[in-house]
Design a protein around this ligand. Structure first.
Ligand SMILES: [Zn+2]
Length: 318
């Protein structure tokens, strides 16, 4: 049974917003675009794993958590966790194009593209070993002694993989269901009730990975980020304020609440807090009073005294 489902990673919307607000010639555009492409590829790989396990119906009791993450001190992110009565399986999807080759001493993963270009990545095996060690510490903390096994899933259907290190489990997405269904599980350690309790502890400890704000991660200054409200229809058109709404200068779309997206962009890109001056200037509002009302009407909570009052957006920073 799946007890937590995967959502679209919030960082994808964040990278898109950042690209929209960087000038066409900004030197960091390529790096942001690269991160966006990696995030999209990662998500589509994870979706491929979810599809592969859509009819997963093994002969043993289990719970599945999609997209599990723990904050400090554990700092774990796992694409899919399978919890059974006798062991825990961590599944990590790699969606990398080209011919894959594992290198050792030191470990790395190389992909050779059709045009001969070679790209190198951190070894997913090293990454999984690290995650497994951290997961062991988490299990100790919640009083569990289940053994942990890790599996690397290759999402691309036509992927070839060379020099797979011995003792590593690397599967194509299409064979994951069969592999897990046919597993010869060791003897059960937990009762069904204990399995459910353990899964509940996982869910209680889970915290969505929070990648914001993005601009400092790319060493982009606030002054380099374009202000204003963008059109939700034509994306790159700027909108200006009319008496009652916002109107796109390019496609003439009229919207009453297009400026809410600009507020979300602030929190995703610049800082987890905003004051009324910043809000007025970033969005292009008439006055500080308008900014204050706008913030209070859009899930922002005031913190701090009158003079240094700022606002924090709650849905994003729970
Ligand atoms: Zn427009």
């Amino acid at each position: 049974m799946i007890i937590k489902y995967r959502g679209k990673p919030v960082k994808i919307a964040g990278y898109e917003a950042l690209l929209k607000r960087l000038s066409p010639t900004h030197p960091k555009r390529a790096a942001v675009k690269n991160s966006l492409n990696n995030a999209r590829a990662g998500f589509s790989g994870e979706e491929r794993l979810d599809e592969a396990l859509f009819f997963f119906d093994p002969p043993y009791a289990h719970q599945i958590i999609q997209d599990f993450s723990l904050p400090e001190p554990f700092k774990i992110q796992v694409d899919t966790v399978l919890i059974t009565q006798s062991a825990i399986f961590l599944l990590e999807v790699k969606n990398i194009t080209g011919k894959l080759q594992f290198k050792q001493n030191p470990s790395a993963l190389y992909s050779t593209l059709a045009d001969g270009e070679i790209r190198s990545y951190k070894s997913p095996i090293t990454q999984m070993n690290e995650t497994t060690m951290r997961m062991c510490k988490f299990l100790e903390k919640i009083g569990s002694h289940l053994p942990i096994f890790s599996i690397i899933v290759i999402a691309h259907p036509s992927q070839t993989v060379e020099d797979t290190p011995p003792n590593s489990r690397i599967l194509a997405a299409s064979e994951v269901n069969f592999y897990l269904t046919e597993l010869n599980l060791p003897k059960s350690i937990l009762s069904i009730e204990e399995l459910n309790q353990l899964s509940e502890k996982f869910l209680a400890a889970h915290q969505d990975y929070q990648p914001f704000p993005l601009a400092p991660k790319f060493q982009i200054q606030q002054t380099e980020i374009e202000t204003g409200v963008f059109c939700p229809r034509c994306q790159f058109g700027k909108m200006h304020r009319t008496q009652v709404a916002w109107e796109c200068e390019t496609c003439r779309l009229v919207s009453r609440n297009a400026h809410i997206e600009a507020l979300h962009d602030w929190f995703m890109l610049i800082k987890p807090a905003i004051n009324t001056v910043e809000c007025r200037d970033f969005i292009g509002l008439k006055s500080l009073d308008t900014a204050k009302r706008f913030l209070l009407n859009n899930h922002c909570q005031p913190v701090g005294g009158r003079k240094y009052r700022k606002y924090i957006y709650h849905p994003l920073h729970k």
